[in-house]
Design a protein around this ligand. Structure first.
Ligand SMILES: [Ca+2]
Ligand SMILES: [Ca+2]
Ligand SMILES: [Ca+2]
Length: 125
């Protein structure tokens, strides 16, 4: 995902809050939801994936995975329910637990591909 700090920090507070991350998710949802009816159809998802080779299979899988009420489309609530990674990612990136991600924390989190990244800066109590 190519999100950058300034795009996510919508109120320019210098920190990204969980609400701002959720807003970003809602915004990308709205972008995919071409007809704006609040649910993503396979077609809309395919359109956003650019109809590339394996996109169709991926889209079908994604819908099956997220579509809790089995109406064949993905609603924002369904997406949020499944996307627990967002909150996890948020608290992991919010290193000082201030409730917001600073730019430094953000770039740290983007660059870090797993654990074992921090070494000398780690403080032990
Ligand atoms: Ca902010
Ligand atoms: Ca739609
Ligand atoms: Ca659904």
């Amino acid at each position: 995902m190519g999100q950058d700090f300034t795009t996510l920090d919508t109120d320019n507070s210098g920190e990204i809050t969980l609400a701002e991350m959720e807003a970003a998710r809602a915004a990308s949802f709205a972008q995919i939801d071409a007809d704006g009816d609040g649910s993503l159809t396979a077609e809309e998802l395919l359109e956003s994936a650019g109809h590339e080779g394996r996109a169709e299979r991926r889209v079908q899988k994604m819908i099956r995975w997220m579509d809790e009420n089995e109406n064949g489309t993905v609603e924002l609530a369904e997406m949020s329910a499944k996307d627990k990674r967002l909150e996890k990612r948020f608290s992991r990136m919010d290193a000082d637990a201030s409730g917001g991600i600073s730019e430094a924390e953000f770039s740290d989190g983007q660059g870090c591909r797993g654990k074992g990244h921090r070494d000398k800066n780690e403080q032990k109590t």
